[in-house]
Design a protein around this ligand. Structure first.
Ligand code: 2NL
Length: 366
């Protein structure tokens, strides 16, 4: 009995005196390890009479619990002290400037998509995204593409194995299926019926079987959609004129709306901006040449009906543009393929400061 008292006093004192985790562990081993003092006492139980064994066993267990408790309490103390010491010693000055060569750059495609979304954001558009792997219905059928449309052929679209229900699957060829999904959303339809306007902007990756100097099998688009009871072609012209002038940061940028055709709009138009070629160099904003910038039109009634929106009640416009193209024009990037080469020298040259977030008040780019 006396011996237990001694073990208790000495072990608890040693625990209190342990200055670090290693010393503490040595105390634990000396008491509770295979040849520890408490373990040694346990081994004497075998030679005792049952009554004595029961009584002494209980005392040892109590002692063991007490030591374990003291060990973990001390461990918490030592951990806390170690953390304080680290906090004291490992200081960093967060006000020091980052080394310039360590600052990453925003890719021009990301920057351009952010800029486009910032302009439309100021006009009250909200942002939406959807899956890159789409079903044929959302990518084509809902958007009024006839079954024999050339875009639905193998040589234009990446087809994937069909879904379990037999639905053909594709890599989306435009971001339009996201607008179809937005129109189909019961929350959108409720909002429209309550008299609201849908204004949605959809940036994202798109895919087509096409690869040469000016085409990449993966590219980026931003599309937009406005639907309510009153929006007409005049709003389309005003909205896209304001967009082009804000995006290219030219207040009197000349625009031309040219009749065109898309399956999902009627009437359809393409938008050109004024430019000039002097000495082989492109200047946007003035001159006697035109550059195609985007496609647009009034949403075809079939598309609205396919997406559960009554075309006798609702109408609006949609548009789409290729991000690579407008990024090349705005930032003077001559070669499409360099966008995807992940060349850090190129990114340092054409990339953007991550802290320079696009906004209309601050100027959109650099
Ligand atoms: C272009 C032309 C366009 C649309 C995209 C659209 C989407 C829905 C309904 C109607 Cl859900 N239209 N999108 C409309 C006209 C043109 O894109 O040249 N894109 C690169």
């Amino acid at each position: 009995m006396d011996d237990l008292q001694t073990i208790r006093a000495e072990t608890l004192a040693a625990i209190g005196a342990a200055g670090d985790l290693r010393a503490l562990d040595a105390v634990r081993v000396a008491a509770l390890g295979k040849s520890g003092r408490v373990t040694g006492q346990m081994k004497t139980l075998g030679g005792m009479a049952p009554d004595q064994r029961k009584e002494f066993g209980a005392l040892i267990n109590t002692l063991k619990g007490e030591i374990e408790g003291a060990l973990s309490a001390r461990k918490v103390e030592l951990d806390r002290a170690a953390l304080s010491a680290r906090l004291e010693n490992e200081r960093i000055d967060v006000s020091l400037p980052a080394r310039p060569e360590r600052v990453g750059h925003i890719h021009p495609l990301s920057q351009t998509m952010d800029e486009v979304c910032a302009v439309f954001g100021e006009m009250g558009f909200v942002w939406a995204e959807g899956p890159d792997v789409e079903d044929d219905w959302h990518n084509f059928e809902s958007l009024n593409f006839p079954p024999d449309h050339p875009a639905r052929q193998m040589q234009d679209t990446f087809f994937l194995p069909p879904r379990a229900d037999g639905m053909p699957m594709v890599l989306r060829t435009h971001t339009s299926p996201v607008q179809a999904r937005t129109l189909l959303d019961p929350a959108t339809q409720k909002m429209l019926k309550a008299g609201g306007s849908l204004r949605v902007i959809v940036p994202g990756r798109t895919y087509r079987v096409d690869s040469d100097q000016t085409h990449s099998p993966m590219f980026h688009q931003v599309e937009g959609l406005v639907i309510d009871r009153v929006t007409h072609m005049g709003h389309l012209k005003g909205c896209l004129t304001d967009f082009c002038r804000a995006f290219f940061e030219i207040d009197d940028l000349p625009l031309r709306f040219r009749p065109s055709y898309f399956p999902f709009t009627e009437p359809s138009a393409e938008v050109d901006i004024g430019c000039s070629w002097k000495g082989g160099e492109l200047r946007i904003g003035a001159g006697d040449s035109w550059l195609e910038i985007l496609g647009c039109g009034m949403v075809h009634p079939n598309v609205l009906a396919n997406c559960g929106v009554d075309p006798n009640e609702f109408q609006g416009f949609a548009f789409g543009m290729g991000i690579e193209r407008i990024a090349m024009l705005k930032y003077g990037i001559p070669d499409l393929r360099t966008f995807y080469e992940s060349d850090l020298r190129w990114l340092r040259h054409y990339g953007f400061n991550p802290l320079d977030v696009p906004s209309l008040t601050g100027g959109l780019g650099r």
